[in-house]
Ligand binder design. Sequence first.
Ligand SMILES: CC(C)(COP(=O)(O)OP(=O)(O)OC[C@H]1O[C@@H](n2cnc3c(N)ncnc32)[C@H](O)[C@@H]1OP(=O)(O)O)[C@@H](O)C(=O)NCCC(=O)NCCS
Length: 189
Amino acid sequence: MIVAGSASVLPGTRVQLRPAAADDARRIFAWYNDPEIVAPYDRFSVDTFEEFERSLREAPGDPNSLAPRFVVALRDGDAPIGVVGHYVPHPVLETVDVWYVIGDRRARRKGYGTEAVTLLVQHLFASTPFPRVGATVDVENRASLLLLERVGFQREGVLRSALFHHARWHDIAVYGLIRDDWATRHPTV
Ligand SMILES: CC(C)(COP(=O)(O)OP(=O)(O)OC[C@H]1O[C@@H](n2cnc3c(N)ncnc32)[C@H](O)[C@@H]1OP(=O)(O)O)[C@@H](O)C(=O)NCCC(=O)NCCS
């Protein structure tokens, strides 16, 4: 199953998801280089700028890309405040997991992350036949856990000692959102 690309702009109330432009790369790369911004609860690795720029450019045509699928920007401003994407759809199960970063620290705790993930989930349900969108999150990542619950995800369980970062193993919570539940919450989809 190939997840649809990200050629269009997805407008929300206060934020929009838009395709990455060439001059976004430096700013997003700066976030990717700061482990305290992108990965306080995750593994951290850095690409060269050239590799990063190429992966950003090629993402729309590569269904397996882990690069950002959309830039998060405010409705009334074009500058990126974050990025969102999704992992490769599961090879057997009918599900795809989302990921998200609000890289601009000044834009955090204003509900923008919640709105950006809502738009991404809406896009995935509209552009794929998957009955489920998932997410995995370190059980200590309070902001991310609250965001998922705010969007409507339900906690389905915990994978114990599933991710090694910051010198120890971490438990990872599994979250899921079912298309039928989404349609009830958002009858226009
Ligand atoms: C997780 C992240 C995307 C949240 O973005 P955000 O725009 O600040 O989130 P929101 O403003 O929509 O807030 C969502 C909820 O989390 C809460 N929250 C946000 N930051 C928080 C923090 N640092 N500590 C505790 N709660 C926090 C908000 O109060 C809100 O809860 P509420 O709806 O009950 O009030 C952002 O913190 C981030 O980019 N973190 C680093 C990358 C990351 O961890 N990504 C997720 C990997 S699974």
